[in-house]
Design a protein. Sequence first.
Length: 202
Amino acid sequence: MWQIKSMPALAIVAALVGCGGGTFDDQVISSAPVMTLQGNRDVGVSQLTRSPDDIQVTLFAKELEPRSVATMFIRVFNEPGECDTEPCTESDLSNPDVEGDVLFGDSVIVDQTRQSFFTAVRNVDDHESSTQRAQGRTSFGLTNPEGAEIHLIVRDHGRVIPSMQEDMLNTWAGGCRGFPDTLGRPGPNECRDALLSIHLSP
């Protein structure tokens, strides 16, 4: 977990976009825009690297609120062919044939540049960070890294609350009101999904 402070935004975007899409040995690499869920504006770029054993994700985004906590979660649809639509949607998580899950990725406290950089690696059969598991539901984890549809979700937890900072940085709903405490320590902030980047199955 780390926070971008000095690397210029254009350098990050160039590094990610420069990788483009393609293959390298047993890896498949793709890039996708990061879109706001309100207004559908392009505010960044993400990269997904697939291998037989894991996925590696990187996401750069701008326009987040300074001094807010932002978390990145990885929504996995292991069998996207079983989804009702393409791309898959959150409602498909309730279909066991989709083998869907939501895994914690990374988090930052947004600085005054309003730019944030997230990175994460998730291995096959990783269940420890599953929000499904935290709610007592079936956790599939990542079972199909080379064929899953991957959604990267950036959540806005609102302004950082010093006494709740660790919960805000490491859980789905830390610092938020209106969520069960199994998803994080409740707090006064209004939390929302702010950004989305979608990588379809190759």
